[in-house]
Ligand binder design. Structure first.
Ligand code: RIB
Length: 327
């Protein structure tokens, strides 16, 4: 039996007689044979591995995104290498370099914001497909997948305005977080179209539970006329809800709270969180499918840009302000 027949039997390729394949598999099992992935990668020029750089997998938003990406990768016979960059540009650059050294087939990453020009050029020159997650079409030549963040901010603002809120605070993440800026733009657009509404108060802190807790506490202490909080993601909203409970001013009776993401836990928080849904699983899956298709094309690929729709999910954390009038 020649080498090619053995190899094709082991790989499950077409054109091999069943008896031959069974004989080869039986011998391989007896010898406890394990294919050498490294050698195979050298022959095919592919590692069947895709790098996935997120900011922090502890944010349940990323858990769902990663799940969608991994399912798509698995269906295509690929595996993922997960990296948490913590919005730290140095860490992000080191991960990019290490993934390139590992000869990954592609990189799906949350941002290129932290990479300087030469690093971005090196990434582009590597020739592997790169898809940026959570980013609209930007100056760079990489493909992008994002939800419609500005529309989401608008939906949140419109909902609060319809309930009668006129003084809203936006609890945001870091200043350079592009999609949170887009959400603020949408909120401002909705409030500008609302008679009697004033510009939102914007606070910034880390976009996590603690950040939400601190920002909500600051609003209670410094802005007693604010009646609603728009949290730039659900994790911030959960922290804000906790701060309101601890201050004896729970939502929605004393303050409305609306989030962004619609993570699974949003339906069981106390109160269940009204929020803007973004299709997290689908975003991860779409981004990974773009990488897999580009890899299969094996040549220069044009960047592709996908914007996925958002929708408002009404639960119980928002209500009309006390003494307020709804429009
Ligand atoms: O950076 C993480 C945040 O951005 C997530 O919570 C989600 O809102 C994403 O768009």
């Amino acid at each position: 039996m020649d080498v090619s027949t053995v190899s094709r039997s082991l790989n499950g390729s077409y054109g091999i007689h069943r008896d031959t394949r069974e004989k080869v598999l039986a011998i391989a099992a007896r010898l406890n044979y394990r294919p050498n992935r490294v050698a195979r990668n050298l022959v095919t020029g592919r590692s069947h591995t895709v790098g996935l750089i997120v900011s922090d997998i502890r944010n349940p938003f990323f858990a769902e995104v990663v799940r969608g990406a991994e399912d798509a990768a698995c269906e295509a016979g690929c595996e993922i290498v997960l990296c948490n960059a913590d919005l730290d540009s140095g860490k992000q650059a080191r991960y990019v370099q290490s993934l390139l050294d590992k000869r990954v087939d592609g990189i799906l990453m949350n941002s290129v914001g932290g990479l300087d020009r030469p690093q971005q050029e090196q990434l582009a020159l590597s020739g592997i497909p790169v898809v940026l997650l959570n980013r609209p079409r930007s100056g760079s030549n990489f493909s992008t997948v994002t939800a419609d963040n500005q529309e989401g901010g608008y939906l949140a603002g419109e909902h609060l305005a319809k309930l009668g809120h006129r003084k809203v605070a936006y609890l945001s993440g870091p200043r350079d977080h592009g999609n949170m800026r887009e959400r603020a733009r949408g909120l401002i657009r909705a409030l500008t179209a609302t008679p009697g509404a004033v510009a939102p108060i914007v606070l910034r802190a880390p976009h996590n539970f603690r950040g939400g807790y601190e920002m909500a506490s600051a609003i209670l202490a410094r802005h007693p006329d604010v009646t609603a909080l728009f949290a730039a993601n659900d994790t911030i909203a959960f922290g804000a809800i906790r701060a309101l409970i601890d201050a004896g001013r729970p939502a929605p009776r004393h303050m409305s709270v609306i989030g962004f993401d619609n993570v699974e836990l949003a339906s069981v928080s106390g109160p269940p969180l009204t929020t803007v849904h973004q299709p997290k699983y689908e975003m991860g899956r779409a981004a990974m499918e773009m990488i897999i298709q580009a890899t299969a094309m094996q040549g220069p690929h044009l960047p592709e840009h996908r914007i996925l729709g958002v929708k408002l999910v009404e639960r119980e954390s928002c209500a009309a302000p006390r003494n307020g009038s709804a429009i």
